[in-house]
Unconditional design. Structure first.
Length: 386
């Protein structure tokens, strides 16, 4: 309410002096005073409001986010997320493209629509800019100061500034092999460059768990992305949309990927007891150990994204069939390759060779079908936005 920050037209020397002072002060309220109240030699304007996207059935996450914001001396407005699981089929066809309504996981559609509601709130509320946080977000110490420093360095024409990101989002290009390969396949990269001490242009970022958006940027995205097509971050941050995108360094928020994710759901086979017999599913016993193992390894690039988070990522929803996650896809691919190797070892068996060739053909066809469809969905949405 009464908090204020300076415009990005402030003088360099006073701003750096105040930043140095605020990092040396221990009481949090004094640091916030310097960040939001004291003038930095420019025109003063209200601090950006903070919105928290939260599902109605996840009140405990809202309470956790409220506590986090209170620790930073901030407050947020709860923005009820769209629950994709309860969207009626007739409405689903209106809010998403024809192909997306059949192949997109409902949660992805809900996430897309939730961020559109946030953009609409920014435009209709007349905010110069606003911050959105998803309810699985972890704020870094000095969050408020970092936001103030980033706003001070952003150029006047900025649209979006990511306060946290996944994918290829390192100011020195240290993205990691998997992130780099995915970026080349999907296309739509930017040239990394520094804008200031705290702001840079990211290469191929992903993630919508924490970002700052201007009213102009929100209006652009509302106009260009009218219906759900694929994961919101795959589309919204694409340079083809002519969005002037920046990111903070270091990141001010990270996604808490271990909060309540079912990380290895592709191992959740029915147990004997569930199918009418006795005993316990062996996969259920192994699941905690596998969770810990995948959590222990990160993709790199400074995003803190673990392999567990990647494996749980939804890719496509087969109509009337299972949800394809990265983990399920990779598990099926691994089993198929292993099966081929075993068959190839049976050198004297002509039938085994034919089975191995058939398995290879089916594996390649499935691989191209899944990722070809993903690429098509993304590019279809970009073509519609032009």
């Amino acid at each position: 309410g009464g908090q204020e920050i300076a415009s990005n037209r402030c003088a360099t020397t006073p701003r750096r002096c105040l930043l140095a002072m605020q990092t040396s002060l221990s009481p949090s309220w004094l640091r916030l005073l310097l960040c939001f109240v004291l003038p930095w030699g420019g025109v003063m304007r209200p601090a950006p409001p903070i919105y928290v996207i939260n599902l109605a059935r996840s009140r405990e996450r809202w309470e956790k986010m409220s506590a986090q914001l209170n620790e930073h001396g901030l407050s947020g407005t709860r923005l009820e997320a769209v629950d994709g699981r309860v969207i009626p089929p007739e409405k689903l066809r209106l809010v998403s493209t024809g192909l997306a309504s059949r192949l997109l996981p409902r949660g992805v559609v809900g996430c897309f629509l939730s961020h559109r509601h946030f953009w609409q709130a920014v435009v209709t509320g007349g905010h110069e800019c606003a911050i959105v946080l998803e309810d699985d977000c972890e704020l870094e110490p000095g969050f408020a100061a970092g936001v103030a420093a980033a706003i001070a360095e952003l150029p006047p024409t900025w649209d979006v500034c990511l306060l946290g990101a996944l994918g290829c989002a390192h100011p020195e290009g240290q993205h990691g092999m998997l992130n780099g390969g995915a970026a080349k396949y999907m296309g739509g990269t930017r040239k990394v460059r520094r804008v200031g001490e705290h702001v840079f242009v990211p290469h191929k970022p992903a993630g919508t768990h924490a970002y700052l958006i201007s009213r102009r940027g929100a209006a652009k995205l509302l106009r260009k992305l009218t219906r759900a097509t694929y994961h919101i971050d795959f589309v919204a941050w694409h340079p083809a949309l002519d969005i002037e995108l920046y990111a903070t360094h270091p990141f001010l928020a990270y996604q808490d990927v271990g909060a309540s994710s079912t990380l290895v759901e592709w191992l959740a086979l029915p147990s004997r007891r569930q199918s009418g017999g006795g005993g316990v599913n062996a996969c259920a016993r192994l699941r905690p150990s596998i969770n810990s193992l995948f959590h222990a390894f990160e993709l790199g690039g400074g995003t803190r994204q673990s392999w567990a988070h990647v494996l749980a990522e939804p890719v496509l929803q087969i109509p009337g069939g299972p949800l394809i996650t990265v983990g399920r896809h990779q598990a099926a691919l691994t089993v198929s390759i292993f099966f081929q190797v075993i068959l190839r070892l049976q050198r004297g068996c002509r039938l085994c060779k034919r089975l191995a060739d058939a398995t290879l053909a089916v594996t390649c066809a499935a691989l191209f079908a899944v990722w070809g469809t993903v690429r098509y969905l993304v590019h279809q949405s970009l073509a519609a936005a032009m």
